[in-house]
Design a protein around this ligand. Sequence first.
Ligand code: NAP
Length: 289
Amino acid sequence: MDRITGKTRVLGIFGYPVEHTMSPLIQNQAIIAKGLDMVYLPFEVRPDDLKKAVEAIRALGLLGVNITIPHKEAVIPLLDEVSEEALLSGAVNTVVNRKGILTGYNTDGEGYVKSLTRDTNFELEGKNILILGAGGAARGILASIVKERPEKVIISNRTFSRALRLVEEFRDKFQETYLIAADLSFDTLKRYMEGIHLLINTTSMGMDGKNSVELPLNLLPGDAVVSDIVYKPLNTAIIKKAESLKLKTHKGLAMLLEQGALSFKIWTGVEPPLNMMKEVFIKRLRCIS
Ligand code: NAP
């Protein structure tokens, strides 16, 4: 705490709930490693208080914030500007305060694709992709994925209307990819598993170590990649099941680091140390598990 002074710039994360977040750990590690006079704090912001919390970014002179569950879509009308990427996805996960002007970005999609390529060499063009979930993270990921021109993307969500809304928003903008909305039942998933090259879980299921929906991963082709963006636990039930079926996997931690690094660069202009961020994350996870 002795490094905090009157000049220290404050960054943070707005979410509800927010206790689960590991962003303060990795962002503060990057801040210290780079010798910056900044601190990154978690802020529990209830949906009804989001407007006041966004106004507080200006009032308190925060340098910027990450936005997480469930505010990524709701925050957009409260900002002054939104990047093209964030506008396309309809979700913001990073806000920067430049002299009172609040600009929203989405680093989830780019972070996801960068980490997927780095970990698995997967090429999205011409592929069939099944995305579980239609929330803020799914929006960012979909916006980045469709730019690579996959053949088909199925959005499968517990609340079907939300999947349909997402597909309808994207259908006109990306006509080269066949977009399908589906529910998240076992029978529906069974119908779609065959011929899928990449399955991505973007739902929050698995954060408690369990899945609320049974997934017929055994019906995926043997060369399919299974990706789970949930990062706590490190090896989710989906990742464990995919590994037991000898499928290639891509874990949430890889995306967390990449999207966090992109946010860090937006706020500070500095490249953060990914390896140190990863080390501190794994060390903390070992302590709490
Ligand atoms: P969100 O906007 O609140 O969306 C949550 C999604 O999960 C919705 O599709 C929701 O379906 C679904 N869902 C929630 N509980 C479920 C359950 N029990 N069974 C089935 N589906 C369920 O949240 P988000 O921002 O997209 O984040 C989603 C997850 O991704 C969180 O676990 C978050 O920690 C993780 N995440 C990871 C990274 C990373 O860098 N690795 C980045 C962003 C997010 P309904 O529409 O039916 O409610």
